[in-house]
Design a protein around this ligand. Structure first.
Ligand code: FAD
Length: 395
Protein backbone atom coordinates (compact mmCIF):
# COMPACT_ATOMS: atom_id res chain seq x y z
CA UNK A 1 0.00 0.00 0.00
CA UNK A 2 0.89 3.65 0.12
CA UNK A 3 3.35 4.94 2.73
CA UNK A 4 1.52 5.95 5.89
CA UNK A 5 1.87 9.32 7.56
CA UNK A 6 0.15 9.79 10.89
CA UNK A 7 -0.32 13.14 12.64
CA UNK A 8 -1.09 13.43 16.36
CA UNK A 9 -2.93 16.67 17.12
CA UNK A 10 -5.32 18.53 14.83
CA UNK A 11 -4.41 22.08 15.85
CA UNK A 12 -2.63 24.87 14.00
CA UNK A 13 0.41 22.66 13.36
CA UNK A 14 -0.98 19.16 12.93
CA UNK A 15 -4.02 19.94 10.79
CA UNK A 16 -1.90 22.09 8.46
CA UNK A 17 0.65 19.31 8.03
CA UNK A 18 -2.06 16.73 7.31
CA UNK A 19 -3.76 19.01 4.79
CA UNK A 20 -0.54 19.87 2.95
CA UNK A 21 0.52 16.23 2.65
CA UNK A 22 -2.93 15.17 1.46
CA UNK A 23 -3.31 18.17 -0.87
CA UNK A 24 0.10 17.80 -2.49
CA UNK A 25 0.56 14.03 -2.41
CA UNK A 26 -2.82 12.46 -1.65
CA UNK A 27 -2.36 9.98 -4.50
CA UNK A 28 0.88 8.68 -3.02
CA UNK A 29 0.42 9.03 0.73
CA UNK A 30 -2.05 7.64 3.22
CA UNK A 31 -2.67 10.47 5.72
CA UNK A 32 -4.29 9.95 9.13
CA UNK A 33 -5.02 12.77 11.59
CA UNK A 34 -5.57 11.81 15.23
CA UNK A 35 -7.33 14.53 17.23
CA UNK A 36 -8.90 14.16 20.66
CA UNK A 37 -11.76 16.61 20.05
CA UNK A 38 -14.37 16.74 17.26
CA UNK A 39 -14.05 20.54 17.13
CA UNK A 40 -11.18 22.95 17.59
CA UNK A 41 -11.53 26.41 19.09
CA UNK A 42 -8.61 28.66 18.20
CA UNK A 43 -6.73 30.36 20.99
CA UNK A 44 -5.96 32.98 18.36
CA UNK A 45 -8.75 35.56 18.42
CA UNK A 46 -10.07 34.05 21.68
CA UNK A 47 -9.08 37.34 23.33
CA UNK A 48 -11.28 39.12 20.77
CA UNK A 49 -14.11 36.83 21.86
CA UNK A 50 -13.49 37.94 25.46
CA UNK A 51 -13.58 41.57 24.31
CA UNK A 52 -16.89 41.05 22.48
CA UNK A 53 -15.52 41.39 18.93
CA UNK A 54 -16.03 37.75 17.97
CA UNK A 55 -18.56 35.00 18.67
CA UNK A 56 -17.47 31.67 20.08
CA UNK A 57 -18.78 29.95 16.94
CA UNK A 58 -16.61 32.14 14.72
CA UNK A 59 -13.46 30.83 16.42
CA UNK A 60 -14.55 27.18 16.38
CA UNK A 61 -13.72 24.86 13.48
CA UNK A 62 -14.46 21.26 12.50
CA UNK A 63 -12.61 18.55 10.59
CA UNK A 64 -15.23 17.72 7.92
CA UNK A 65 -13.38 19.47 5.09
CA UNK A 66 -10.14 17.66 5.86
CA UNK A 67 -11.95 14.32 5.73
CA UNK A 68 -14.24 14.89 2.75
CA UNK A 69 -12.23 17.26 0.52
CA UNK A 70 -8.73 15.91 1.10
CA UNK A 71 -9.27 12.23 1.86
CA UNK A 72 -7.61 12.46 5.27
CA UNK A 73 -8.62 9.75 7.73
CA UNK A 74 -9.66 11.75 10.78
CA UNK A 75 -9.66 9.74 14.01
CA UNK A 76 -11.44 11.62 16.79
CA UNK A 77 -9.85 9.96 19.78
CA UNK A 78 -6.98 10.37 22.20
CA UNK A 79 -3.59 8.90 21.27
CA UNK A 80 -2.21 7.28 24.40
CA UNK A 81 1.40 6.46 23.51
CA UNK A 82 3.84 5.87 20.69
CA UNK A 83 5.55 2.52 20.19
CA UNK A 84 8.62 3.82 18.36
CA UNK A 85 10.08 0.36 17.90
CA UNK A 86 6.98 -1.01 16.16
CA UNK A 87 6.20 2.41 14.57
CA UNK A 88 2.66 2.45 15.88
CA UNK A 89 0.53 4.97 17.70
CA UNK A 90 -1.34 3.25 20.51
CA UNK A 91 -4.78 4.75 21.02
CA UNK A 92 -6.52 5.17 24.38
CA UNK A 93 -8.84 2.25 23.51
CA UNK A 94 -5.82 0.02 22.80
CA UNK A 95 -6.14 0.06 19.01
CA UNK A 96 -3.00 0.71 16.98
CA UNK A 97 -2.29 3.05 14.09
CA UNK A 98 0.88 2.12 12.19
CA UNK A 99 3.06 4.77 10.53
CA UNK A 100 6.08 5.21 8.28
CA UNK A 101 6.44 8.82 9.42
CA UNK A 102 4.80 10.40 12.46
CA UNK A 103 4.18 14.08 13.12
CA UNK A 104 3.69 14.93 16.78
CA UNK A 105 1.79 18.20 17.26
CA UNK A 106 0.01 18.02 20.64
CA UNK A 107 0.47 21.67 21.60
CA UNK A 108 1.04 22.39 25.27
CA UNK A 109 0.09 20.97 28.62
CA UNK A 110 -0.20 23.24 31.64
CA UNK A 111 2.09 22.72 34.61
CA UNK A 112 -0.62 23.49 37.14
CA UNK A 113 1.57 23.19 40.22
CA UNK A 114 4.07 25.73 38.87
CA UNK A 115 1.78 28.11 40.81
CA UNK A 116 1.39 26.64 44.33
CA UNK A 117 -2.30 26.21 45.17
CA UNK A 118 -3.29 26.00 41.51
CA UNK A 119 -4.60 22.72 40.02
CA UNK A 120 -6.94 21.42 37.36
CA UNK A 121 -9.78 21.72 39.90
CA UNK A 122 -8.74 25.25 40.85
CA UNK A 123 -8.96 26.15 37.15
CA UNK A 124 -12.75 25.81 37.45
CA UNK A 125 -12.64 28.80 39.82
CA UNK A 126 -9.57 30.60 38.50
CA UNK A 127 -9.71 29.87 34.78
CA UNK A 128 -6.51 29.80 32.70
CA UNK A 129 -8.22 29.84 29.29
CA UNK A 130 -4.80 29.05 27.80
CA UNK A 131 -6.28 26.07 25.99
CA UNK A 132 -9.34 27.23 24.12
CA UNK A 133 -12.78 25.66 24.59
CA UNK A 134 -14.75 25.35 27.84
CA UNK A 135 -12.07 27.33 29.72
CA UNK A 136 -12.49 30.24 27.30
CA UNK A 137 -16.26 30.24 27.82
CA UNK A 138 -15.80 30.09 31.58
CA UNK A 139 -13.45 33.07 31.59
CA UNK A 140 -15.88 35.04 29.39
CA UNK A 141 -18.82 34.27 31.69
CA UNK A 142 -16.83 35.28 34.76
CA UNK A 143 -15.64 38.45 33.04
CA UNK A 144 -19.16 39.41 31.98
CA UNK A 145 -20.29 39.01 35.60
CA UNK A 146 -17.74 41.49 36.96
CA UNK A 147 -19.35 44.61 38.43
CA UNK A 148 -18.08 48.17 38.52
CA UNK A 149 -15.44 48.60 41.21
CA UNK A 150 -14.37 44.96 41.19
CA UNK A 151 -10.86 43.75 40.48
CA UNK A 152 -9.38 41.18 38.08
CA UNK A 153 -6.00 39.68 38.86
CA UNK A 154 -3.98 37.92 36.16
CA UNK A 155 -1.06 35.69 37.08
CA UNK A 156 1.04 35.84 33.90
CA UNK A 157 3.16 32.86 32.79
CA UNK A 158 6.94 32.45 32.83
CA UNK A 159 8.83 31.90 29.54
CA UNK A 160 8.55 29.90 27.36
CA UNK A 161 4.79 29.89 26.77
CA UNK A 162 2.41 30.00 23.82
CA UNK A 163 1.71 33.45 22.40
CA UNK A 164 4.12 35.88 24.12
CA UNK A 165 1.83 38.95 23.70
CA UNK A 166 -1.33 36.94 24.52
CA UNK A 167 -1.69 37.81 28.23
CA UNK A 168 -1.32 41.52 27.52
CA UNK A 169 -3.76 41.50 24.61
CA UNK A 170 -6.16 39.70 26.95
CA UNK A 171 -5.84 42.42 29.59
CA UNK A 172 -6.49 45.04 26.89
CA UNK A 173 -9.68 43.23 25.88
CA UNK A 174 -10.84 43.01 29.51
CA UNK A 175 -10.26 46.74 29.92
CA UNK A 176 -12.11 47.42 26.66
CA UNK A 177 -15.12 45.53 28.00
CA UNK A 178 -15.13 47.44 31.29
CA UNK A 179 -14.71 50.80 29.56
CA UNK A 180 -17.55 50.04 27.18
CA UNK A 181 -19.84 49.28 30.13
CA UNK A 182 -18.76 52.48 31.88
CA UNK A 183 -17.10 50.49 34.65
CA UNK A 184 -14.37 53.05 35.22
CA UNK A 185 -13.69 51.84 38.74
CA UNK A 186 -12.68 48.32 37.69
CA UNK A 187 -9.03 47.41 38.07
CA UNK A 188 -6.90 44.79 36.37
CA UNK A 189 -3.69 43.79 38.12
CA UNK A 190 -1.07 41.69 36.35
CA UNK A 191 1.32 39.75 38.56
CA UNK A 192 4.13 38.81 36.23
CA UNK A 193 7.02 36.45 36.95
CA UNK A 194 8.94 38.14 34.10
CA UNK A 195 10.80 41.46 34.42
CA UNK A 196 9.58 42.50 30.94
CA UNK A 197 7.15 41.28 28.29
CA UNK A 198 6.42 41.22 24.57
CA UNK A 199 5.53 44.54 22.92
CA UNK A 200 5.69 46.17 26.38
CA UNK A 201 6.19 49.71 25.07
CA UNK A 202 3.21 49.38 22.73
CA UNK A 203 0.89 47.91 25.35
CA UNK A 204 1.92 50.42 28.01
CA UNK A 205 1.31 53.29 25.62
CA UNK A 206 -2.10 51.91 24.65
CA UNK A 207 -3.16 51.27 28.25
CA UNK A 208 -2.32 54.85 29.25
CA UNK A 209 -4.14 56.23 26.21
CA UNK A 210 -7.35 54.19 26.43
CA UNK A 211 -7.62 52.84 29.95
CA UNK A 212 -5.87 55.34 32.25
CA UNK A 213 -5.55 54.06 35.80
CA UNK A 214 -7.27 50.76 35.08
CA UNK A 215 -4.34 48.40 34.44
CA UNK A 216 -1.43 47.83 36.83
CA UNK A 217 1.49 45.62 35.88
CA UNK A 218 3.82 44.30 38.58
CA UNK A 219 7.08 42.59 37.72
CA UNK A 220 9.17 40.55 40.15
CA UNK A 221 11.02 43.60 41.49
CA UNK A 222 7.67 44.85 42.86
CA UNK A 223 6.04 41.63 44.11
CA UNK A 224 9.18 39.67 44.91
CA UNK A 225 7.91 36.39 43.47
CA UNK A 226 4.61 34.55 43.15
CA UNK A 227 4.10 32.44 46.29
CA UNK A 228 0.64 30.88 45.90
CA UNK A 229 -2.99 31.28 44.91
CA UNK A 230 -6.07 30.41 46.96
CA UNK A 231 -9.16 29.56 44.91
CA UNK A 232 -11.29 29.77 48.10
CA UNK A 233 -10.49 33.41 48.82
CA UNK A 234 -9.42 34.65 45.38
CA UNK A 235 -6.08 35.68 46.83
CA UNK A 236 -2.74 35.75 45.07
CA UNK A 237 0.07 35.69 47.59
CA UNK A 238 3.43 37.12 46.56
CA UNK A 239 6.61 37.48 48.59
CA UNK A 240 5.91 41.15 49.30
CA UNK A 241 2.14 41.56 49.02
CA UNK A 242 -1.27 39.91 48.77
CA UNK A 243 -3.65 40.70 45.91
CA UNK A 244 -7.32 39.74 45.83
CA UNK A 245 -9.29 39.29 42.63
CA UNK A 246 -13.04 39.00 42.12
CA UNK A 247 -11.80 37.11 39.09
CA UNK A 248 -8.34 35.54 38.99
CA UNK A 249 -6.92 34.38 35.65
CA UNK A 250 -3.97 32.10 36.36
CA UNK A 251 -1.76 31.22 33.39
CA UNK A 252 0.74 28.66 34.67
CA UNK A 253 4.03 27.44 33.18
CA UNK A 254 3.81 25.16 30.16
CA UNK A 255 5.40 22.08 28.63
CA UNK A 256 4.89 20.01 25.49
CA UNK A 257 1.64 18.03 25.34
CA UNK A 258 1.97 14.87 27.40
CA UNK A 259 2.33 12.40 24.55
CA UNK A 260 5.57 14.10 23.48
CA UNK A 261 7.15 13.29 26.84
CA UNK A 262 5.76 9.76 27.01
CA UNK A 263 7.15 9.10 23.52
CA UNK A 264 10.60 10.17 24.77
CA UNK A 265 10.81 13.21 22.50
CA UNK A 266 11.32 15.91 25.16
CA UNK A 267 14.47 17.07 26.95
CA UNK A 268 14.81 18.63 30.42
CA UNK A 269 13.03 21.79 29.24
CA UNK A 270 9.81 19.81 28.74
CA UNK A 271 9.84 20.58 25.00
CA UNK A 272 11.18 18.65 22.00
CA UNK A 273 14.56 19.28 20.33
CA UNK A 274 14.29 19.22 16.53
CA UNK A 275 16.50 19.52 13.48
CA UNK A 276 16.08 23.19 12.46
CA UNK A 277 16.19 22.34 8.75
CA UNK A 278 13.26 19.90 8.80
CA UNK A 279 11.48 19.83 12.22
CA UNK A 280 12.61 16.20 12.55
CA UNK A 281 12.85 15.02 16.15
CA UNK A 282 16.42 14.73 17.42
CA UNK A 283 15.31 11.55 19.19
CA UNK A 284 13.81 9.60 16.27
CA UNK A 285 14.36 9.95 12.52
CA UNK A 286 10.83 8.79 11.72
CA UNK A 287 9.19 11.42 13.89
CA UNK A 288 8.73 15.16 13.39
CA UNK A 289 7.62 17.57 16.11
CA UNK A 290 5.96 20.85 15.15
CA UNK A 291 4.22 23.72 16.87
CA UNK A 292 4.24 24.61 20.54
CA UNK A 293 5.68 21.22 21.54
CA UNK A 294 8.92 21.84 19.62
CA UNK A 295 12.00 23.85 20.55
CA UNK A 296 11.96 26.16 17.54
CA UNK A 297 14.92 28.42 18.31
CA UNK A 298 14.07 32.08 17.80
CA UNK A 299 10.47 31.36 16.78
CA UNK A 300 7.80 32.11 19.39
CA UNK A 301 5.12 29.54 20.15
CA UNK A 302 2.26 30.74 17.96
CA UNK A 303 -0.35 29.44 15.55
CA UNK A 304 1.44 31.25 12.73
CA UNK A 305 4.73 29.54 13.69
CA UNK A 306 3.07 26.11 13.97
CA UNK A 307 1.48 26.53 10.53
CA UNK A 308 4.82 27.57 9.05
CA UNK A 309 6.70 24.66 10.66
CA UNK A 310 4.00 22.24 9.46
CA UNK A 311 4.73 23.08 5.83
CA UNK A 312 8.44 22.38 6.27
CA UNK A 313 7.76 19.02 7.93
CA UNK A 314 5.14 18.09 5.31
CA UNK A 315 7.50 18.98 2.44
CA UNK A 316 10.35 16.98 3.99
CA UNK A 317 8.21 13.90 4.58
CA UNK A 318 6.71 14.07 1.11
CA UNK A 319 10.22 14.26 -0.34
CA UNK A 320 11.37 11.25 1.65
CA UNK A 321 8.37 9.08 0.88
CA UNK A 322 7.51 10.10 -2.69
CA UNK A 323 10.75 11.54 -4.10
CA UNK A 324 9.30 15.03 -4.59
CA UNK A 325 11.67 17.97 -4.48
CA UNK A 326 12.61 19.39 -1.08
CA UNK A 327 13.42 23.09 -0.92
CA UNK A 328 15.54 24.77 1.79
CA UNK A 329 13.45 25.44 4.89
CA UNK A 330 12.10 28.94 5.49
CA UNK A 331 9.86 29.96 8.33
CA UNK A 332 7.88 33.03 9.27
CA UNK A 333 5.72 34.43 12.04
CA UNK A 334 3.61 37.47 12.89
CA UNK A 335 1.79 38.02 16.18
CA UNK A 336 -0.94 40.67 16.03
CA UNK A 337 -2.57 42.10 19.15
CA UNK A 338 -5.64 44.27 19.52
CA UNK A 339 -5.32 47.00 22.16
CA UNK A 340 -8.61 48.84 21.57
CA UNK A 341 -11.14 48.97 18.70
CA UNK A 342 -9.22 49.39 15.42
CA UNK A 343 -5.90 49.76 17.25
CA UNK A 344 -3.85 46.72 16.26
CA UNK A 345 -0.10 46.19 16.67
CA UNK A 346 2.17 43.46 15.39
CA UNK A 347 5.59 41.88 15.77
CA UNK A 348 7.07 39.36 13.39
CA UNK A 349 10.10 37.85 11.71
CA UNK A 350 11.50 35.61 8.99
CA UNK A 351 13.64 32.64 9.99
CA UNK A 352 16.04 30.14 8.47
CA UNK A 353 17.86 27.14 9.94
CA UNK A 354 21.40 27.70 11.21
CA UNK A 355 23.59 24.84 12.43
CA UNK A 356 22.18 25.04 15.97
CA UNK A 357 18.68 26.47 15.72
CA UNK A 358 15.95 28.15 13.73
CA UNK A 359 17.41 31.63 13.59
CA UNK A 360 15.76 34.97 12.90
CA UNK A 361 16.99 36.55 9.65
CA UNK A 362 14.92 39.77 9.70
CA UNK A 363 12.19 41.19 11.91
CA UNK A 364 9.70 44.02 12.31
CA UNK A 365 7.57 45.55 15.06
CA UNK A 366 4.87 48.24 15.25
CA UNK A 367 6.13 51.56 16.63
CA UNK A 368 4.76 53.68 19.45
CA UNK A 369 3.02 56.84 18.25
CA UNK A 370 1.77 55.36 14.97
CA UNK A 371 -1.25 57.11 13.47
CA UNK A 372 -4.80 55.76 13.66
CA UNK A 373 -4.96 54.76 10.00
CA UNK A 374 -1.89 52.54 10.28
CA UNK A 375 -3.18 50.92 13.48
CA UNK A 376 -6.52 50.25 11.81
CA UNK A 377 -4.76 48.77 8.78
CA UNK A 378 -2.77 46.52 11.11
CA UNK A 379 -5.96 45.35 12.79
CA UNK A 380 -7.61 44.70 9.42
CA UNK A 381 -4.52 42.75 8.36
CA UNK A 382 -5.04 40.49 11.39
CA UNK A 383 -8.67 39.87 10.45
CA UNK A 384 -7.55 38.84 6.97
CA UNK A 385 -4.84 36.67 8.48
CA UNK A 386 -7.36 34.84 10.70
CA UNK A 387 -9.56 34.01 7.75
CA UNK A 388 -6.57 32.95 5.65
CA UNK A 389 -4.84 30.81 8.23
CA UNK A 390 -7.96 28.97 9.39
CA UNK A 391 -8.66 28.07 5.76
CA UNK A 392 -5.03 26.99 5.37
CA UNK A 393 -5.36 24.79 8.48
CA UNK A 394 -8.84 23.30 8.10
CA UNK A 395 -9.47 23.57 4.35
P1 FAD B 1 -2.65 23.28 19.31
O1 FAD B 1 -3.21 24.27 18.37
O2 FAD B 1 -2.94 23.43 20.75
O3 FAD B 1 -3.18 21.86 18.83
C1 FAD B 1 -2.88 20.69 19.52
C2 FAD B 1 -4.01 19.70 19.30
O4 FAD B 1 -3.56 18.40 19.67
C3 FAD B 1 -5.23 20.00 20.13
O5 FAD B 1 -6.36 20.10 19.29
C4 FAD B 1 -5.34 18.79 21.08
O6 FAD B 1 -6.68 18.41 21.33
C5 FAD B 1 -4.61 17.72 20.31
N1 FAD B 1 -3.98 16.67 21.12
C6 FAD B 1 -3.03 16.83 22.09
N2 FAD B 1 -2.65 15.65 22.57
C7 FAD B 1 -3.34 14.71 21.90
C8 FAD B 1 -3.37 13.30 21.94
N3 FAD B 1 -2.57 12.61 22.77
N4 FAD B 1 -4.22 12.64 21.11
C9 FAD B 1 -5.03 13.34 20.26
N5 FAD B 1 -5.03 14.68 20.16
C10 FAD B 1 -4.19 15.35 20.97
N6 FAD B 1 -1.03 32.37 17.84
C11 FAD B 1 -0.99 33.18 16.75
O7 FAD B 1 -0.34 32.84 15.76
N7 FAD B 1 -1.65 34.36 16.71
C12 FAD B 1 -2.41 34.79 17.75
O8 FAD B 1 -3.03 35.86 17.68
C13 FAD B 1 -2.49 33.97 18.91
N8 FAD B 1 -3.25 34.34 19.95
C14 FAD B 1 -3.32 33.54 21.06
C15 FAD B 1 -4.08 33.95 22.14
C16 FAD B 1 -4.16 33.18 23.27
C17 FAD B 1 -5.01 33.63 24.43
C18 FAD B 1 -3.46 31.94 23.33
C19 FAD B 1 -3.56 31.07 24.54
C20 FAD B 1 -2.70 31.53 22.26
C21 FAD B 1 -2.62 32.31 21.12
N9 FAD B 1 -1.83 31.92 20.02
C22 FAD B 1 -1.76 32.74 18.91
C23 FAD B 1 -0.97 30.71 20.10
C24 FAD B 1 -1.56 29.52 19.35
O9 FAD B 1 -2.88 29.25 19.78
C25 FAD B 1 -0.70 28.28 19.57
O10 FAD B 1 0.65 28.61 19.46
C26 FAD B 1 -1.04 27.22 18.52
O11 FAD B 1 -2.36 26.79 18.73
C27 FAD B 1 -0.06 26.06 18.55
O12 FAD B 1 -0.45 25.08 17.63
P2 FAD B 1 -0.14 23.54 17.90
O13 FAD B 1 -0.60 22.82 16.70
O14 FAD B 1 1.24 23.37 18.38
O15 FAD B 1 -1.06 23.18 19.16
Amino acid sequence: GKPRVVVIGGGAGGATAARYMAKDAGEDLDVTLIEANPQYTTCFFSNLYLGGYRSFDSITHGYDNLASNYGITVVNAMADSVDREAREVVMADGSKVPYDRLIVAPGIDLIYDSVPGYSEEAAEVMPHAWKAGPQTKLLKARLDAIENGQQVVMVAPPNPYRCPPGPYERVSMMAHLFKEKGYDDCKIVIIDPKPKFSKQGLFTEGWEKYYPGMIEWYGPDVHGGIASVDPQTGEVETDLDTFRGDLVNVIPAQKAGMIAASAGLTNDSGFCPIDPASMRSQADENIFVIGDASIAGDMPKSGFSANSQAKVAAMTIRGELTGSKVFPAKYSNTCWSLIETNDGVKVGAQYAPSAEKIASTSSFISQTGEDDALRQATYEESVGWYKGITTDIFG
